[in-house]
Ligand binder design. Structure first.
Ligand code: JFZ
Length: 445
Protein backbone atom coordinates (compact mmCIF):
# COMPACT_ATOMS: atom_id res chain seq x y z
CA UNK A 1 0.00 0.00 0.00
CA UNK A 2 1.20 3.48 -0.80
CA UNK A 3 2.05 5.63 2.17
CA UNK A 4 0.80 9.19 2.21
CA UNK A 5 4.35 10.36 1.70
CA UNK A 6 4.76 8.23 -1.42
CA UNK A 7 1.51 9.61 -2.82
CA UNK A 8 2.63 13.11 -2.11
CA UNK A 9 5.97 12.49 -3.78
CA UNK A 10 4.39 11.00 -6.89
CA UNK A 11 1.91 13.87 -7.21
CA UNK A 12 4.79 16.30 -6.91
CA UNK A 13 6.71 14.39 -9.58
CA UNK A 14 3.71 14.42 -11.88
CA UNK A 15 3.27 18.16 -11.46
CA UNK A 16 6.97 18.72 -12.19
CA UNK A 17 6.70 16.59 -15.31
CA UNK A 18 3.65 18.48 -16.61
CA UNK A 19 5.36 21.75 -15.82
CA UNK A 20 8.48 20.70 -17.72
CA UNK A 21 6.47 19.63 -20.76
CA UNK A 22 4.42 22.83 -20.85
CA UNK A 23 7.34 25.14 -20.17
CA UNK A 24 9.57 23.32 -22.62
CA UNK A 25 7.32 24.27 -25.50
CA UNK A 26 7.91 27.93 -24.72
CA UNK A 27 10.99 30.03 -25.06
CA UNK A 28 11.86 29.79 -21.49
CA UNK A 29 13.30 32.93 -20.03
CA UNK A 30 11.16 34.52 -17.42
CA UNK A 31 8.79 37.48 -17.47
CA UNK A 32 5.41 37.35 -19.19
CA UNK A 33 6.91 38.74 -22.41
CA UNK A 34 9.63 36.17 -22.47
CA UNK A 35 7.16 33.30 -22.14
CA UNK A 36 6.19 33.18 -25.74
CA UNK A 37 5.46 30.09 -27.78
CA UNK A 38 8.02 29.21 -30.41
CA UNK A 39 5.36 29.85 -33.06
CA UNK A 40 4.71 33.37 -31.77
CA UNK A 41 8.44 33.98 -31.50
CA UNK A 42 9.04 32.82 -35.07
CA UNK A 43 6.16 34.96 -36.34
CA UNK A 44 7.53 38.04 -34.57
CA UNK A 45 11.00 37.54 -36.05
CA UNK A 46 9.89 36.48 -39.50
CA UNK A 47 10.35 39.81 -41.36
CA UNK A 48 13.76 40.27 -39.84
CA UNK A 49 14.97 36.76 -40.61
CA UNK A 50 13.69 37.07 -44.18
CA UNK A 51 15.47 40.42 -44.57
CA UNK A 52 18.93 38.83 -44.03
CA UNK A 53 20.85 42.06 -44.70
CA UNK A 54 20.74 45.41 -42.93
CA UNK A 55 22.70 48.65 -42.61
CA UNK A 56 24.39 49.56 -39.35
CA UNK A 57 25.32 53.23 -38.87
CA UNK A 58 27.66 54.59 -36.20
CA UNK A 59 27.56 58.35 -36.15
CA UNK A 60 27.97 61.33 -33.87
CA UNK A 61 30.10 64.43 -33.21
CA UNK A 62 33.16 62.17 -32.90
CA UNK A 63 33.20 61.93 -36.71
CA UNK A 64 34.80 65.41 -36.56
CA UNK A 65 37.90 63.73 -35.17
CA UNK A 66 37.74 60.56 -37.26
CA UNK A 67 38.45 58.39 -34.22
CA UNK A 68 36.38 55.57 -32.78
CA UNK A 69 33.00 56.42 -31.31
CA UNK A 70 32.88 56.14 -27.52
CA UNK A 71 36.21 54.36 -27.13
CA UNK A 72 38.42 57.29 -28.15
CA UNK A 73 36.96 59.45 -25.36
CA UNK A 74 39.77 59.95 -22.87
CA UNK A 75 42.15 57.98 -25.10
CA UNK A 76 43.04 59.62 -28.43
CA UNK A 77 40.78 62.54 -27.57
CA UNK A 78 40.92 64.10 -24.09
CA UNK A 79 37.58 63.97 -22.32
CA UNK A 80 37.19 67.80 -22.19
CA UNK A 81 37.66 67.98 -25.95
CA UNK A 82 35.53 64.95 -26.78
CA UNK A 83 32.61 66.14 -24.67
CA UNK A 84 32.61 69.52 -26.41
CA UNK A 85 32.76 68.29 -30.00
CA UNK A 86 29.00 68.64 -30.32
CA UNK A 87 29.42 72.42 -30.27
CA UNK A 88 30.99 72.17 -33.73
CA UNK A 89 28.87 69.35 -35.08
CA UNK A 90 27.10 70.77 -38.12
CA UNK A 91 26.50 68.07 -40.74
CA UNK A 92 24.68 70.33 -43.18
CA UNK A 93 24.93 67.82 -46.03
CA UNK A 94 22.90 65.26 -44.08
CA UNK A 95 19.99 64.03 -46.16
CA UNK A 96 17.97 61.24 -44.56
CA UNK A 97 16.31 60.15 -47.78
CA UNK A 98 19.75 59.89 -49.39
CA UNK A 99 20.91 57.48 -46.66
CA UNK A 100 17.76 55.44 -47.13
CA UNK A 101 18.27 55.29 -50.87
CA UNK A 102 21.91 54.24 -50.39
CA UNK A 103 20.77 51.42 -48.09
CA UNK A 104 18.19 50.36 -50.64
CA UNK A 105 20.65 50.45 -53.49
CA UNK A 106 22.84 48.09 -51.45
CA UNK A 107 19.95 45.65 -51.14
CA UNK A 108 19.72 46.28 -47.40
CA UNK A 109 16.33 45.64 -45.83
CA UNK A 110 16.54 47.50 -42.52
CA UNK A 111 18.62 50.23 -40.90
CA UNK A 112 20.08 50.49 -37.39
CA UNK A 113 21.42 53.88 -36.29
CA UNK A 114 23.23 54.65 -33.04
CA UNK A 115 20.86 56.87 -31.05
CA UNK A 116 23.27 56.93 -28.11
CA UNK A 117 26.70 55.31 -27.99
CA UNK A 118 29.03 54.85 -24.98
CA UNK A 119 29.84 58.58 -25.06
CA UNK A 120 26.27 59.42 -23.98
CA UNK A 121 25.51 61.87 -26.82
CA UNK A 122 21.87 61.67 -27.97
CA UNK A 123 21.15 61.99 -31.70
CA UNK A 124 17.51 62.90 -31.07
CA UNK A 125 15.55 65.70 -29.48
CA UNK A 126 15.34 64.30 -25.95
CA UNK A 127 13.88 66.16 -23.02
CA UNK A 128 16.20 64.32 -20.61
CA UNK A 129 19.50 66.05 -21.32
CA UNK A 130 20.87 69.03 -23.21
CA UNK A 131 23.66 66.77 -24.46
CA UNK A 132 21.78 66.09 -27.66
CA UNK A 133 21.59 67.02 -31.32
CA UNK A 134 19.38 70.07 -30.69
CA UNK A 135 22.27 71.72 -28.81
CA UNK A 136 24.55 71.52 -31.84
CA UNK A 137 24.73 74.25 -34.48
CA UNK A 138 22.88 71.76 -36.70
CA UNK A 139 19.76 71.76 -34.47
CA UNK A 140 17.97 69.10 -36.53
CA UNK A 141 16.59 65.90 -35.08
CA UNK A 142 18.51 63.24 -36.98
CA UNK A 143 16.48 60.36 -35.58
CA UNK A 144 13.25 62.11 -36.56
CA UNK A 145 14.41 62.73 -40.13
CA UNK A 146 15.77 59.26 -40.61
CA UNK A 147 12.84 57.42 -39.06
CA UNK A 148 10.48 59.44 -41.27
CA UNK A 149 12.53 58.75 -44.37
CA UNK A 150 12.61 55.04 -43.54
CA UNK A 151 8.88 54.98 -43.02
CA UNK A 152 8.30 56.69 -46.36
CA UNK A 153 10.38 54.05 -48.07
CA UNK A 154 9.15 51.02 -46.10
CA UNK A 155 12.56 50.34 -44.65
CA UNK A 156 12.21 49.25 -41.02
CA UNK A 157 13.96 51.81 -38.84
CA UNK A 158 15.88 50.39 -35.90
CA UNK A 159 18.13 51.86 -33.30
CA UNK A 160 21.27 51.02 -31.34
CA UNK A 161 21.33 52.12 -27.72
CA UNK A 162 24.25 51.83 -25.32
CA UNK A 163 23.38 50.86 -21.78
CA UNK A 164 26.74 51.98 -20.47
CA UNK A 165 27.20 55.72 -20.57
CA UNK A 166 30.61 57.16 -19.71
CA UNK A 167 29.22 60.69 -19.73
CA UNK A 168 26.27 60.43 -17.39
CA UNK A 169 27.13 61.07 -13.73
CA UNK A 170 24.53 58.58 -12.50
CA UNK A 171 25.99 55.68 -14.44
CA UNK A 172 27.93 53.98 -11.72
CA UNK A 173 31.36 52.91 -12.83
CA UNK A 174 33.31 54.14 -9.87
CA UNK A 175 34.60 50.57 -9.66
CA UNK A 176 36.14 50.34 -13.13
CA UNK A 177 35.60 53.21 -15.48
CA UNK A 178 35.63 53.47 -19.22
CA UNK A 179 38.41 55.24 -21.09
CA UNK A 180 39.46 58.44 -19.38
CA UNK A 181 36.66 58.22 -16.92
CA UNK A 182 36.60 60.08 -13.68
CA UNK A 183 33.52 60.92 -11.72
CA UNK A 184 32.64 64.60 -11.78
CA UNK A 185 33.47 66.15 -8.42
CA UNK A 186 30.64 66.05 -5.93
CA UNK A 187 28.52 63.52 -7.81
CA UNK A 188 27.33 60.28 -6.37
CA UNK A 189 26.20 57.90 -9.06
CA UNK A 190 22.86 56.27 -8.62
CA UNK A 191 22.07 53.35 -10.89
CA UNK A 192 18.32 53.29 -10.21
CA UNK A 193 18.10 56.92 -11.23
CA UNK A 194 20.21 56.16 -14.30
CA UNK A 195 17.87 53.33 -15.28
CA UNK A 196 14.87 55.62 -15.18
CA UNK A 197 16.83 58.05 -17.39
CA UNK A 198 17.36 55.17 -19.82
CA UNK A 199 13.73 54.17 -19.66
CA UNK A 200 12.67 57.70 -20.56
CA UNK A 201 15.04 57.53 -23.54
CA UNK A 202 13.61 54.23 -24.68
CA UNK A 203 10.08 55.45 -24.24
CA UNK A 204 10.89 58.52 -26.34
CA UNK A 205 12.54 56.42 -29.03
CA UNK A 206 9.83 53.79 -29.27
CA UNK A 207 6.79 56.01 -28.81
CA UNK A 208 7.89 59.12 -30.72
CA UNK A 209 9.89 57.53 -33.53
CA UNK A 210 8.44 54.02 -33.63
CA UNK A 211 7.26 51.51 -34.26
CA UNK A 212 10.86 50.37 -34.40
CA UNK A 213 12.05 47.22 -36.12
CA UNK A 214 14.83 46.31 -33.71
CA UNK A 215 16.19 47.72 -30.49
CA UNK A 216 19.88 46.94 -30.62
CA UNK A 217 21.35 47.19 -27.13
CA UNK A 218 25.03 47.28 -26.33
CA UNK A 219 27.33 48.06 -23.40
CA UNK A 220 25.98 45.54 -20.92
CA UNK A 221 29.32 44.13 -19.77
CA UNK A 222 30.29 46.58 -17.06
CA UNK A 223 29.66 45.94 -13.40
CA UNK A 224 26.66 48.19 -12.73
CA UNK A 225 24.53 46.24 -15.18
CA UNK A 226 22.90 43.09 -13.85
CA UNK A 227 20.89 40.27 -15.30
CA UNK A 228 17.91 41.37 -13.25
CA UNK A 229 18.05 44.85 -14.75
CA UNK A 230 18.34 43.28 -18.22
CA UNK A 231 15.26 41.16 -17.67
CA UNK A 232 13.32 44.16 -16.44
CA UNK A 233 14.39 46.32 -19.39
CA UNK A 234 13.47 43.63 -21.90
CA UNK A 235 9.94 43.43 -20.50
CA UNK A 236 9.74 47.23 -20.36
CA UNK A 237 10.59 47.60 -24.06
CA UNK A 238 8.17 44.88 -25.15
CA UNK A 239 5.45 46.59 -23.13
CA UNK A 240 6.10 49.79 -25.08
CA UNK A 241 5.89 47.88 -28.35
CA UNK A 242 4.96 44.19 -28.12
CA UNK A 243 6.35 43.09 -31.49
CA UNK A 244 9.72 44.76 -31.00
CA UNK A 245 12.77 42.61 -31.72
CA UNK A 246 15.58 42.97 -29.17
CA UNK A 247 19.15 41.64 -29.35
CA UNK A 248 20.88 39.66 -26.61
CA UNK A 249 23.06 42.48 -25.35
CA UNK A 250 20.98 43.39 -22.38
CA UNK A 251 21.77 40.05 -20.84
CA UNK A 252 25.00 39.45 -18.93
CA UNK A 253 25.59 36.09 -20.53
CA UNK A 254 27.08 37.11 -23.86
CA UNK A 255 30.20 35.20 -24.70
CA UNK A 256 32.41 38.16 -25.74
CA UNK A 257 32.84 38.85 -29.43
CA UNK A 258 31.35 35.46 -30.31
CA UNK A 259 28.14 37.15 -29.29
CA UNK A 260 26.47 33.87 -28.47
CA UNK A 261 24.88 33.19 -25.14
CA UNK A 262 26.55 31.02 -22.63
CA UNK A 263 23.36 29.14 -21.78
CA UNK A 264 21.99 28.51 -25.26
CA UNK A 265 18.31 29.30 -25.41
CA UNK A 266 18.20 30.69 -21.88
CA UNK A 267 18.99 34.30 -22.58
CA UNK A 268 17.22 37.59 -22.44
CA UNK A 269 16.69 38.91 -25.93
CA UNK A 270 15.72 37.52 -29.28
CA UNK A 271 18.92 37.06 -31.24
CA UNK A 272 22.63 36.62 -30.80
CA UNK A 273 25.20 39.16 -31.92
CA UNK A 274 28.60 37.93 -33.17
CA UNK A 275 30.78 40.98 -33.71
CA UNK A 276 33.39 41.45 -36.46
CA UNK A 277 33.05 37.76 -37.31
CA UNK A 278 30.69 35.41 -39.09
CA UNK A 279 28.56 33.47 -36.61
CA UNK A 280 28.65 29.72 -36.47
CA UNK A 281 26.02 27.66 -38.30
CA UNK A 282 22.92 27.72 -36.09
CA UNK A 283 19.37 27.23 -37.27
CA UNK A 284 17.86 27.19 -33.76
CA UNK A 285 18.91 30.57 -32.42
CA UNK A 286 18.45 33.61 -34.64
CA UNK A 287 21.68 35.54 -34.98
CA UNK A 288 23.13 38.57 -36.71
CA UNK A 289 26.79 39.31 -37.39
CA UNK A 290 27.71 42.98 -37.21
CA UNK A 291 30.74 43.79 -39.32
CA UNK A 292 32.34 47.06 -40.44
CA UNK A 293 32.78 47.87 -44.11
CA UNK A 294 36.19 49.31 -43.16
CA UNK A 295 38.03 48.86 -39.88
CA UNK A 296 36.34 51.37 -37.62
CA UNK A 297 32.70 51.70 -36.54
CA UNK A 298 32.70 55.49 -36.75
CA UNK A 299 34.08 57.30 -39.81
CA UNK A 300 37.82 57.22 -40.24
CA UNK A 301 39.52 59.12 -43.06
CA UNK A 302 41.18 56.73 -45.52
CA UNK A 303 39.92 53.72 -43.63
CA UNK A 304 40.80 50.49 -45.41
CA UNK A 305 37.63 49.18 -47.06
CA UNK A 306 36.75 45.56 -47.58
CA UNK A 307 36.79 44.50 -51.23
CA UNK A 308 33.56 43.61 -53.00
CA UNK A 309 34.64 39.98 -52.96
CA UNK A 310 35.17 40.08 -49.21
CA UNK A 311 31.77 41.68 -48.67
CA UNK A 312 29.97 39.07 -50.78
CA UNK A 313 31.93 36.34 -49.07
CA UNK A 314 30.88 37.61 -45.66
CA UNK A 315 27.25 37.99 -46.70
CA UNK A 316 27.04 34.54 -48.28
CA UNK A 317 28.80 32.77 -45.42
CA UNK A 318 26.57 34.52 -42.91
CA UNK A 319 23.34 33.64 -44.65
CA UNK A 320 24.59 30.10 -45.26
CA UNK A 321 25.02 29.79 -41.50
CA UNK A 322 21.41 30.98 -41.10
CA UNK A 323 22.30 34.43 -39.83
CA UNK A 324 21.70 38.03 -40.81
CA UNK A 325 24.43 40.49 -41.75
CA UNK A 326 24.43 44.01 -40.36
CA UNK A 327 27.09 45.81 -42.38
CA UNK A 328 28.31 49.03 -40.81
CA UNK A 329 29.09 52.41 -42.33
CA UNK A 330 30.24 55.53 -40.51
CA UNK A 331 29.03 58.74 -42.17
CA UNK A 332 31.35 61.75 -42.40
CA UNK A 333 31.12 64.91 -40.25
CA UNK A 334 29.34 66.74 -43.07
CA UNK A 335 26.52 64.18 -42.96
CA UNK A 336 27.37 62.27 -46.12
CA UNK A 337 28.28 58.64 -46.43
CA UNK A 338 31.71 58.49 -48.00
CA UNK A 339 31.53 58.03 -51.80
CA UNK A 340 33.93 55.05 -51.71
CA UNK A 341 31.62 53.30 -49.28
CA UNK A 342 28.53 54.22 -51.31
CA UNK A 343 30.23 52.76 -54.36
CA UNK A 344 30.98 49.49 -52.56
CA UNK A 345 27.42 49.30 -51.26
CA UNK A 346 26.05 49.78 -54.78
CA UNK A 347 28.24 46.95 -56.03
CA UNK A 348 26.84 44.68 -53.34
CA UNK A 349 23.35 45.78 -54.35
CA UNK A 350 24.07 44.97 -57.99
CA UNK A 351 25.16 41.49 -57.03
CA UNK A 352 22.02 41.05 -54.92
CA UNK A 353 19.91 42.39 -57.77
CA UNK A 354 21.04 39.42 -59.84
CA UNK A 355 21.32 36.72 -57.21
CA UNK A 356 19.11 37.92 -54.35
CA UNK A 357 16.76 34.96 -54.68
CA UNK A 358 19.50 32.81 -53.16
CA UNK A 359 19.74 35.15 -50.13
CA UNK A 360 16.47 36.91 -49.21
CA UNK A 361 13.82 34.84 -47.52
CA UNK A 362 16.11 31.81 -47.37
CA UNK A 363 17.34 29.89 -44.39
CA UNK A 364 20.81 28.48 -43.94
CA UNK A 365 21.53 24.84 -44.82
CA UNK A 366 20.38 22.09 -45.26
CA UNK A 367 24.07 21.24 -45.62
CA UNK A 368 26.31 22.79 -42.98
CA UNK A 369 29.17 24.99 -44.21
CA UNK A 370 31.75 23.03 -46.18
CA UNK A 371 35.29 23.83 -47.31
CA UNK A 372 33.81 24.65 -50.75
CA UNK A 373 31.07 26.99 -49.49
CA UNK A 374 27.61 27.08 -48.00
CA UNK A 375 23.99 26.29 -48.79
CA UNK A 376 20.73 28.17 -48.42
CA UNK A 377 17.19 27.01 -49.13
CA UNK A 378 13.68 28.21 -49.70
CA UNK A 379 10.68 25.93 -50.38
CA UNK A 380 11.91 23.12 -52.61
CA UNK A 381 15.02 24.93 -53.83
CA UNK A 382 18.50 24.49 -52.43
CA UNK A 383 21.19 27.00 -53.40
CA UNK A 384 24.79 25.87 -53.39
CA UNK A 385 27.10 28.85 -52.98
CA UNK A 386 30.40 27.55 -54.23
CA UNK A 387 33.04 29.99 -53.04
CA UNK A 388 36.10 27.79 -53.39
CA UNK A 389 36.02 24.95 -55.89
CA UNK A 390 37.53 21.74 -54.59
CA UNK A 391 40.52 20.41 -56.54
CA UNK A 392 38.70 17.15 -57.18
CA UNK A 393 34.95 16.82 -57.55
CA UNK A 394 32.27 18.55 -55.60
CA UNK A 395 30.40 15.74 -53.88
CA UNK A 396 27.15 16.10 -52.02
CA UNK A 397 26.83 13.13 -49.75
CA UNK A 398 24.39 14.44 -47.21
CA UNK A 399 21.53 15.71 -49.37
CA UNK A 400 18.47 14.14 -47.77
CA UNK A 401 16.28 14.05 -50.91
CA UNK A 402 16.37 13.38 -54.62
CA UNK A 403 17.44 16.22 -56.87
CA UNK A 404 15.03 16.77 -59.73
CA UNK A 405 16.96 19.44 -61.58
CA UNK A 406 20.19 21.42 -61.28
CA UNK A 407 20.88 24.79 -62.90
CA UNK A 408 23.39 27.55 -62.51
CA UNK A 409 22.10 30.94 -61.35
CA UNK A 410 25.39 32.62 -62.20
CA UNK A 411 25.32 31.30 -65.78
CA UNK A 412 26.62 28.27 -67.64
CA UNK A 413 25.74 24.62 -67.34
CA UNK A 414 25.76 22.24 -64.42
CA UNK A 415 26.38 18.58 -64.84
CA UNK A 416 24.90 16.44 -62.15
CA UNK A 417 25.59 12.77 -61.73
CA UNK A 418 24.64 10.28 -59.11
CA UNK A 419 27.25 7.89 -57.77
CA UNK A 420 27.34 5.48 -54.86
CA UNK A 421 28.77 8.23 -52.67
CA UNK A 422 26.05 10.75 -53.53
CA UNK A 423 25.61 13.49 -56.08
CA UNK A 424 28.51 14.90 -58.03
CA UNK A 425 28.32 18.51 -59.21
CA UNK A 426 30.37 19.98 -61.99
CA UNK A 427 30.49 23.41 -63.59
CA UNK A 428 33.07 23.99 -66.32
CA UNK A 429 35.88 26.31 -65.15
CA UNK A 430 34.91 28.92 -67.73
CA UNK A 431 31.43 29.05 -66.22
CA UNK A 432 32.58 29.39 -62.64
CA UNK A 433 32.06 32.74 -60.98
CA UNK A 434 35.12 33.85 -59.02
CA UNK A 435 32.82 35.65 -56.54
CA UNK A 436 30.37 32.80 -55.96
CA UNK A 437 29.09 30.11 -58.31
CA UNK A 438 25.48 29.55 -57.41
CA UNK A 439 23.93 26.21 -58.30
CA UNK A 440 20.19 25.82 -57.83
CA UNK A 441 18.89 22.37 -56.99
CA UNK A 442 15.21 21.62 -57.37
CA UNK A 443 14.37 19.02 -54.78
CA UNK A 444 11.67 16.41 -54.92
CA UNK A 445 9.73 17.97 -52.04
C1 JFZ B 1 30.54 47.23 -29.20
C2 JFZ B 1 30.87 48.70 -29.13
O1 JFZ B 1 31.77 48.92 -28.08
C3 JFZ B 1 31.43 49.15 -30.46
O2 JFZ B 1 31.77 50.51 -30.44
C4 JFZ B 1 30.37 48.93 -31.52
O3 JFZ B 1 29.25 49.74 -31.25
C5 JFZ B 1 29.98 47.47 -31.53
C6 JFZ B 1 28.84 47.18 -32.46
O4 JFZ B 1 29.63 47.00 -30.25
O5 JFZ B 1 31.71 46.48 -29.41
C7 JFZ B 1 32.45 45.97 -28.42
C8 JFZ B 1 31.93 45.65 -27.22
C9 JFZ B 1 32.74 45.16 -26.23
C10 JFZ B 1 34.07 44.96 -26.47
C11 JFZ B 1 34.59 45.25 -27.70
C12 JFZ B 1 33.78 45.75 -28.68
N1 JFZ B 1 34.90 44.47 -25.46
O6 JFZ B 1 34.43 44.25 -24.31
O7 JFZ B 1 36.11 44.24 -25.72
Amino acid sequence: MMTRLMKLVSVALLITLIYLIVIDSERQISSAYEKETIQAFDARLQWWRDARFGMFIHWGPVSLKGTEIGWSRGKEIPVEIYDNLYKQFNPTAFDASEWVSIAKSAGMKYMVLTSKHHDGFCLWDTKTTAYNIMSTPFKRDVIRELSNACQNEDLPFCTYYSILDWYHPDYNISSRGGPGYSLPAGTSPQMDRYVSYMKTHLEELVMNYGPLGVLWFDGEWEEPWTEERGRDLYAYCRTLQPDLIINNRLDKKRDGMEGTSINGRQYIGDFETPEQRIGKFNTDQPWESCITIGKQWAWKPDDELKSLKECINILVNTVGGDGNLLLNVGPMPNGEIEPRQVERLKQIGQWLGKYGESIYGTRGGPIEPQPWGVTTHRDNKVYLHILQWPKEKLMLDSIPQNIVKASCLTGGKVSLSRTDQGYEILVASADRDPMDTIVVLDMEK
